[in-house]
Design a protein around this ligand. Structure first.
Ligand SMILES: [Zn+2]
Length: 333
């Protein structure tokens, strides 16, 4: 474990107002970086941004990712793993009728394709593409998919494995040609960015007029954040530098020059967050029994469904935010 150099971040980097702590004592869920972290909320009601305090120095951020993706130190024995895997399958099978009837099935499919299912295939850029699974999914649907990520191991693998075009590093620094993409997706990426505003402006510039940006990111006002406090998986310090709400994400998109078509919260995939957060919460008392973990599998899917249903009354308390925005037809690059 390597420590990371930070600077205190008591004031909001958007409007300069002091922030008050809304969550303290948060640790890195992946165990890559030691220490306890806090999240502050801007006291200015016109702003309301939630950010990480202290903030890692930009030059040190790479340290937060050295153990990322390779962190799974799983002590579960093989037989238990198999049983938990089977329970997971069983839960997913049993719940299909409920998922279909409630609309969660459709919602999950919509998020899997980042809402692009009904859009004619074109040129796509996935920002924060990771291992390229989403890019490959979209390619099979006819999209000309490209990806960008800070992780050169990940981008190199995508090019070798799928033959798709990737870029490594910062989107702004890449200076891709203007007005060249029909769609840009950012799934669980914007909360990692040091300068989300400039990245969004760059997305606007490289989108074709009328092109669509889709953002999915954890929701600071989610039921999970309220229920689990410091154990909520969505905090993920120090890799998550800010956690948005419907309001603050909309503010960033407007400021960058986007027209917002839709902004709401989504519960698709929330089960895994419930499972991991609850496990972290319970683990403070020692190792969890196999039966308890078995029960957690069913419980987590149940919570996802309950959270999804709660969204129907227009509450913005789903696990993730979903924003769809477009570059207006008349805007010059
Ligand atoms: Zn502020």
């Amino acid at each position: 474990m390597d420590s990371i150099a930070t600077s205190p971040a008591a004031a909001c980097y958007v409007c300069g107002t002091a922030g008050f702590p809304i969550q303290t004592g948060v640790t890195d869920p992946d165990g890559a970086v030691p220490g306890e972290w806090a999240f502050r909320k801007c006291a200015n009601k016109e702003c309301g941004l939630v950010w990480l305090d202290p903030r890692p120095l930009e030059s040190e951020l790479w340290k937060a990712y050295t153990a990322y993706h390779t962190h799974t130190r799983d002590h579960t024995d093989k037989a238990e793993k198999l049983a938990l895997g089977l329970a997971n399958r069983l839960a997913r099978t049993v719940l299909v009728p409920l998922w279909v009837a409630s609309g969660l099935w459709r919602e999950t499919d919509c998020i899997r394709h980042m809402t692009l299912n009904e859009m004619p295939a074109g040129k796509l850029l996935d920002v924060g593409c990771g291992g390229g699974r989403f890019m490959n999914r979209m390619r099979r649907r006819g999209w000309d998919a490209e990806g960008i990520d800070f992780d050169e191991k990940a981008t190199g693998k995508i090019t070798r494995r799928y033959g798709m075009k990737t870029y490594t590093g910062d989107l702004v620094a890449c200076a891709l040609p203007g007005s060249s993409y029909d769609a840009i997706t950012m799934s669980h990426a914007i909360e990692h960015l040091y300068d989300p505003e400039n990245t969004l402006k760059e997305c606007l510039r490289i989108l074709k007029p009328g092109g669509k940006l889709v953002v999915v990111t954890p929701n600071a006002d989610s039921m999970g954040a309220a229920l689990f406090g410091a154990f909520w998986r969505g905090w993920e310090p120090p890799r998550h530098l800010q956690i948005f709400s419907v309001k603050t994400l909309a503010d960033f998109l407007h400021k960058a020059g986007f027209n917002i078509n839709e902004i709401r919260t989504s519960s698709a995939g929330a089960a895994v967050i419930y499972r991991v957060s609850r496990t972290r919460q319970e683990k403070t008392g020692g190792q969890l029994s196999f039966l308890f973990r078995l029960w957690l599998v069913f419980w987590s899917y149940w919570k996802e469904l309950a959270e999804f249903k709660a969204q129907k009354s227009g509450r913005h308390t789903g696990q993730n935010l979903l924003a769809c925005a477009t570059r207006s037809l008349g805007r010059a690059a």
